[in-house]
Design a protein around this ligand. Structure first.
Ligand code: HDE
Length: 751
């Protein structure tokens, strides 16, 4: 027996069955990666995994790494096995009756492999199907116990692991990243009192006021049911038909037609909890609260023409950007801020705080920063983590509670419900990425795919046979709902202030810079041009006539129409007039990370000044930017000093839209580049998309060839169009970096 035990492999997956002692291999057993030939023994998957102490911890290790360790699988140095762990001798040939004969029914290896493959797909999310996620942590700045007993806010410096998923809403799982759409911003906090999911968007308001309307809204925006077109786009009749009959959507439509809907990166978006929530302290006192995420990287967007071209150039543009930033150690950060207000204050506002089509202006209730989120680890496996993560608005923790916002109330039901069909049953909380870091204890049992092995005979409460355990936590430490007093009739309807559909739409538009206003008008023009039904276009114009005459006029002009009479108002109350709120402009948050992670193309060809390319390349690298040597063809180019330079990517594979800026260095290369249509398009598009351009010496000729205005040494005509002689590179490079940090020069926009 002793001998047999020694020969048996030790299985570290099962320490729980035998207590902690089982973590130590029995004498003779091996927990080291081993080649079967050397020892004649097998080893289990986790033995080879880096996380069992054999290797380096994954980048940005945090407390979720431990719990996920149990299920990580690394195949390095291992034999192929079936799902039953049986070693597979031949993975290339099925079992046949004679080399040219039929396949044997008994080929259980083939059948297992095909059966598993046949069932690989799960339903995609009905909305927010396409997304990307990362692990990280939230760090609290201060002790917030005066307003909430939520443990993650209990003390300064306290860290809580998070998993955050960003998404588009309308597109299917394989659609493109840069379409015009709202972006999801969902954060799962693995707190020490259970999971809290803050399932927000990158815009602070929503299209509808009541959960009852959500299926209709989603049906209207999704591809039309008869021919399943268009993919991932709101620019079609059914969407505009629905929203033009739903004046409460007007405020959100302005956000959706703004540059917020085409972010430069997930890393440059704000996030919002949208609804009013409650915070509750240990004494049971409650205040209202709105959640805001502000990116340290600043808020930056694409321009529409660029976004449309990126759909083709790189459909994974945002996914890649997030992945590469984290992979390269540029961990994105967001500050979490709260708008805290009392119920009494809320009653004095000109809008109803339970109405999710309204925001609370920062001028009315300032933001209180309470902590920051750092995303520092890419998932190991997209399906296991990003696809299987289940966010639920119902996941709240003691200290946080819902408000009566009728949209939020409906969401409390929907998210748990949807996981049951999407993830195949009620045990989705046991999927590793969804498991809390605290132990789950209750008497819920069985169901599909149960992982936990509950011990003992007691699966009910109250009980005496298990000493009453697990026992109710009680009011002091357990979750308690805020005991709001309500004495009202049971009715279907809305409070009166919900009927003010336009004053905050007007606030938003009036708070935008002229450039942003022009982009909003252009987006309406584009979308309504795609709409085929004139009456729908007309109804949207009649809606906009209630918002702002300049906007309505610009959109109508763009469509070759007259502005119709405004839609009749739903309420006779005079509309509230807000002062513009500068915080609502994207340009008000340029960010603190300078040129870090900005991508810069250096266009080269034979004859380029190689020393200059190297100097500019390293100067950009030094400040954290991502320079790339781009040419017509891969391989090497000969530089003017007789040396060579490695080309990193071609103009064809790396077109202009993939870069935030371009440099055309000095040298004869310009003659070669000037004959390449890709190079001409490149600089034309960099110019058209308002990106910083630096041309040195002879490089200026490429601008002329492309029909771009000349670059002046001092950038006086256009601060992001910088030309210099080779001898004066340093100041020009400094000006270029400043322009790059500012992201774009909208003053030159010609679209
Ligand atoms: Fe969602 N929403 N939603 N939503 N939502 C889903 O849940 C729903 C709403 C949001 O990365 C679904 O797991 C209803 C507002 C995000 O996995 C589903 C209503 C906001 C995500 C669902 C809303 C959101 C979802 C689809 C109105 C911003 C992606 C799959 C009553 C505050 C989360 C899933 C992720 C996903 C229902 C409205 C944000 C069907 C019924 C408002 C970020 O449950």
């Amino acid at each position: 027996g002793q001998q047999l035990a020694a020969a048996m492999p030790f299985n570290p997956n099962k320490p729980a069955e035998y207590g902690d002692a089982a973590r130590t291999p029995p004498p003779g057993a091996t927990a080291e990666p081993s080649t079967p030939a050397a020892t004649g023994s097998t080893s289990t998957e986790t033995i080879a995994s880096a996380k069992l102490g054999a290797g380096v911890p994954p980048q940005g290790a945090n407390p979720t790494v431990g719990p996920l360790d149990r299920v990580r699988v690394d195949g390095g140095g291992q034999r192929l096995t079936t799902n039953q762990g049986v070693p597979i001798a031949d993975n290339q040939h099925s079992l046949k009756i004679g080399l040219r004969g039929p396949t044997a029914m008994e080929d259980f290896i083939l059948r297992e492999k095909l059966t598993h493959f046949d069932h690989e797909r799960i339903p995609e999310r009905v909305v927010h199907a396409r997304g990307s996620a990362a692990h990280g942590y939230f760090e609290s700045y201060q002790d917030l116990s005066a307003v909430t007993r939520a443990s993650l806010f209990a003390q300064p410096g306290k860290r809580t692991p998070v998993f955050t998923r960003f998404s588009t809403v309308a597109g299917e799982r394989g659609s493109s990243d840069t379409v015009r759409d709202v972006r999801g911003f969902a954060v799962k906090f693995y707190t020490d009192e259970g999971n809290w999911d803050l399932v927000g968007n990158n815009m602070p308001v929503f299209f509808i006021q009541d959960a009852m309307k959500f299926p209709d809204l989603v049906h209207a925006v999704k591809p039309e049911p008869h021919h399943a077109m268009p993919q991932a786009s709101s620019a079609h009749d059914t969407f505009w038909d629905f929203v033009s009959l739903m004046p409460e959507s007007t405020h959100m439509l302005l956000w959706q037609m703004s540059d917020r809907a085409i972010p430069r990166s997930y890393r440059t978006m704000q996030g919002f909890g949208v609804h009013t929530f409650r915070l509750v302290n240990a004494a049971g006192e409650s205040v209202f609260c709105k959640f805001h995420w502000t990116p340290l990287q600043g808020t930056h967007s694409l321009v529409w023409d660029e976004a449309a071209k990126l759909v083709g150039a790189d459909p994974d543009y945002h996914r890649r950007d997030l992945w590469e930033a984290i992979d390269g150690g540029n961990f994105p950060e967001w500050e979490l801020a709260l708008q805290i207000f009392t119920e009494e204050q809320a009653e004095s506002f000109a809008f109803d705080v339970l109405d999710p089509t309204k925001l609370v202006p920062e001028e009315l209730v300032p933001l209180t920063p309470v902590g920051k989120m750092v995303l520092n680890r890419n998932p190991d496996n997209f399906f296991a983590e990003t696809e299987q993560v289940a966010f639920c608005t119902a996941h709240i923790v003691p200290g946080i509670d819902f408000s009566n916002d009728p949209l939020l109330q409906g969401r409390i039901h929907s998210y748990l419900d949807t996981q049951i069909s999407r993830l195949g049953g009620p045990n989705f909380h046991e999927i590793p990425v969804n498991s809390p870091v605290v132990q789950v204890q209750n008497n819920q049992r069985e169901g599909m795919h149960r992982q936990a092995i509950h011990r003992g005979r007691v699966n009910y409460e109250p009980n005496s046979l298990a000493g009453g355990c697990p026992f109710q936590a009680g009011m002091k430490s357990g979750f308690t709902s805020f005991p709001q007093t309500i004495s009202e009739d049971k009715v279907r309807g809305n409070p009166e202030l919900f009927a003010d559909h336009y004053s905050q739409a007007r606030l938003f538009f009036n708070s935008q810079s002229p450039v942003e206003q022009a982009h909003i008008a252009a987006a309406f023009r584009f979308e309504l041009t795609r709409v085929q039904t004139p009456a729908v276009r007309e109804r949207v114009l009649a809606t906009l006539a209630n918002v702002n005459p300049v906007l309505a006029g610009a959109v109508a002009g763009g469509l070759g129409m007259e502005v119709p009479a405004p839609l009749p108002l739903a309420s006779s109350r005079p509309m509230h007039e807000y002062e513009p709120s500068p915080a609502l402009s994207l340009l008000s948050r340029p960010g603190e990370t300078g040129i870090r992670t900005r991508k810069v193309a250096l266009l080269v060809a034979n004859g380029v000044d190689g020393a200059m390319v190297r100097a500019i390349y390293s100067a950009l690298l030094e400040d954290g930017a991502v320079p790339r040597v781009v040419a017509s063809q891969l391989g090497k180019v000969k530089t003017s000093d007789g040396a060579t330079l490695d080309v990193e990517i071609t103009l064809e594979a790396g077109p202009s839209v993939l870069y935030d800026a371009v440099v055309v260095p000095d040298g004869d290369a310009v003659t070669v580049l000037g004959r390449d249509a890709h190079a001409l398009d490149f600089v034309r598009e960099q110019y058209r998309h308002c990106k910083p351009i630096l041309v040195v010496g002879a490089g200026a000729a490429l601008l002329k060839e492309a029909g771009v205005p000349p670059a002046l040494p001092d950038g006086s005509a256009d601060p992001a169009l910088i030309g210099t002689e080779a001898g004066a590179l340093a100041p020009a490079l400094a000006a270029f970096k400043t322009a790059l940090a500012a992201h774009r020069s909208f003053a030159r926009e010609t679209d």
